[in-house]
Ligand binder design. Structure first.
Ligand code: F6R
Length: 603
């Protein structure tokens, strides 16, 4: 879950290395560093802290070199220390590597290297790679042969970049189960763990696949097969994102910016060609068994999809969390697994798809990042086109995924006769009205939600309750609250409460209830009975409600009436804002909360 950047250029690279790794900070930010060719030796500048903090101490931007690599770290092996920060050097200091992933056999390799006389200065699995390459170089006398030989010995996952005094003009890079991309610029070429490493300078890139490695210099690059050494003819992919979209644009945090971008993101999702949705619906209709897959927020999105497909299309499509999928997967050649992922790189989801493929299942995905691993590995991908989501916590990407699943459920409902043509049209009109409703909501309710967040910022425990399609809303909202504020919030179906959790209710446990509009009938009545249960035990209840006349709550936020189809999305957005403002009240690091990275590429 770290970030890798590298530049080989005709021009001095300090600024670009700094910017590259700065734009990747959402992938990890406990320490960072750079390695670059300084005349006849490699110089490493690294420390713990953010990129700006390390730049302040180590003057990354001022470094004078034409070839270098950089890394921002999210610790997996070894504590957060200067020694464990990347890049890592070999014993003689003639090889420097940065790495993303986990080397599974590093202990065995370390033993062998210790016996061969190598000495290590960190606790990381990465450092062994630098020593291993040096060892193989001593044995083989050729840098590319040493690189290939070392890669072949590695087990586990990696995205890697390496520089060496033995080939000072070039960067070597490779991937296995971790993303690595070459940026093709003019008078400079780049490597990155994603586009953000170089998007200010070029939109042209070449995406490495597992089993491939690249050699990049200031005016050329080549990609070869690790197995055969053959040069591969790789296509150039053009990144469709505007770099401006990756900037904060006047907002204090990306999270708030991305919450405000939701009307546009939903409009874009609604304008995705109907053929894309139809083709995915064809796959679902043609499969005997279908699973929706995601993890963290995207699991909750998948669960939302399960409710939508059940209620709109009368289909039984279970959602599964991809961290558990392998233990339950019974898919076969008649199965379809539909993964949902913002980054398209999440390890658990990639592995689940791989597992399902091995069992013969078909695969599809809804993904935000173009050219990501998941986008490329599935039989069919729907690119959600939400633009870059920079804040580590997902807001607009998750909402758009829900909108696309709604479109899918409408298509399948129409085909299966569970939705009349009139009802489908009404639903589509409701979806078309949603961007405007979100705009109004964010404009009109932000102040009220901010005041509530500051009022309740000291609450230590929240219960978030919802029933039916509001249940995944409650789960996702609780996750938002936890991850960005570090305040405990537990999402739960209203009906679950009386099976144990009611015993926790007192005046200190606050409950947020996601109340459907009264037109939802039974679902509304059942939700209100959960409210009564909490009130009866002296609990404080905050209601997100569509009915101003409901006066049972200790506090409420009354939302404007909307269609039953789109109603759940409005309190979801209110909960995003509640989490955001609670985090600012508590002075949290909103865009980079602790212990969370944007794409979780480790097991
Ligand atoms: C929550 C969050 C994580 C991700 C999860 C899946 O705000 O960011 O829970 O949703 O790690 O990531 P993707 O969607 O990139 O597969």
């Amino acid at each position: 879950m770290c970030g890798i950047a590298g530049v080989a250029s005709f021009h001095s690279i300090g600024d670009r290395l700094y910017e590259g790794v700065h734009h990747l900070e959402y992938r990890g930010y406990d320490s960072c560093g750079v390695a670059f060719l300084n005349h006849d030796h490699i110089e490493v500048r690294k420390d713990i802290g953010t990129v700006d903090e390390v730049d302040g101490k180590e003057s990354i931007r001022q470094l004078n070199s034409f070839v270098g690599i950089a890394h921002t770290r999210w610790a997996t092996h070894g504590k957060v220390t200067k020694e464990n920060a990347h890049p890592h050097l070999s014993c003689r200091g003639d090889f420097a590597v940065v790495h993303n992933g986990i080397i599974a056999n590093y202990k065995a390799l370390r033993e062998g290297l210790l016996k061969a006389g190598h000495r290590f200065s960190s606790e990381t699995d990465t450092e062994i790679i630098a020593h291993l390459i040096e060892q193989r170089y001593t044995e083989l006398g050729d840098i590319e042969a040493a690189w290939v030989s070392a890669l072949t010995a590695l087990e586990g996952s990696y995205a890697l970049a390496m520089i060496s005094t033995n080939d000072p003009q070039r960067i070597y890079c490779a991937r296995h189960e971790g993303p690595l991309i070459i940026g093709v610029g003019s008078e400079s070429n780049y490597v990155g763990s994603d586009f953000n490493a170089f998007i200010d300078y070029t939109k042209n890139c070449v995406i490495l696949e597992d089993g491939e490695y690249g050699i990049v210099s200031k005016d050329s690059f080549s990609v070869k097969s690790l197995r055969s050494g053959e040069v591969l003819d790789k296509a150039i992919t053009v990144v469709p994102w505007d770099p401006e979209l990756s900037r904060k644009g006047g907002y204090p945090h990306y999270m708030l910016k991305e919450i405000h971008e939701q009307p546009l993101a939903v409009r874009n999702a609604l304008s995705i060609d109907a053929d894309e949705i139809t083709a995915l619906a064809d796959m679902i209709a043609g499969a005997r068994r279908v699973h929706l897959l995601g993890v963290g927020t995207t699991y909750y999105v998948a669960l939302m999809g399960q409710y939508l497909l059940a209620t709109l299309a009368d289909m039984d499509v279970p959602a599964m969390s991809s961290d558990e999928f392998r233990h339950l997967d019974r898919s076969d050649a008649h199965s379809l697994v539909v993964a949902i992922s913002q980054s398209g790189e999440t390890y658990d989801t990639v592995m689940s798809l791989r597992h399902a493929k091995e069992r013969g299942a078909k695969t599809a995905a809804i993904v935000n990042v173009v050219g990501s691993s998941i986008a490329r590995m599935v039989d069919r991908v729907v690119l959600q086109g939400s633009g870059p989501e920079v804040c580590v916590v997902s807001t607009k990407a998750a909402l758009v995924q829900m909108i696309l699943l709604t479109r899918l459920a409408l298509e399948l409902g129409a085909r299966r006769g569970t939705l009349s043509a009139t009802r489908r049209r009404e639903c589509e009109e409701a979806l078309a009205a949603l961007p405007g409703e979100i705009e109004t909501l964010v404009n009109e309710k932000s102040g009220l939600i901010r005041a509530a967040a500051y009022r309740h910022a000291q609450v230590h425990n929240w219960l978030f309750l919802g029933r039916g399609v509001y249940y995944p809303v409650a789960l996702e909202s609780a996750l938002k609250m936890k991850e960005v504020t570090y305040v405990h919030a537990e999402g739960m179906p209203g009906g679950f409460l009386k099976h144990g959790t009611l015993s926790l209710v007192d005046d200190k446990l606050y409950t947020l209830v996601f109340v459907p509009p009264p037109s939802a009938g039974e679902l509304h009545a059942m939700t209100m009975s959960s409210v009564e249960e909490v009130k009866a035990r002296g609990g404080f209840v905050f209601g997100f409600t569509f009915d101003a006349s409901e006066d049972i709550f200790d506090e409420s936020l009354v939302l404007s009436q909307t269609s039953e189809l789109t109603a759940p999305f409005l309190p979801l957005i209110c909960a995003q804002l509640l989490a955001y403002f609670t985090a600012t009240a508590l002075k949290r690091n909103v865009d980079k909360p602790r212990s969370l990275a944007k794409s979780v590429t480790v097991a």
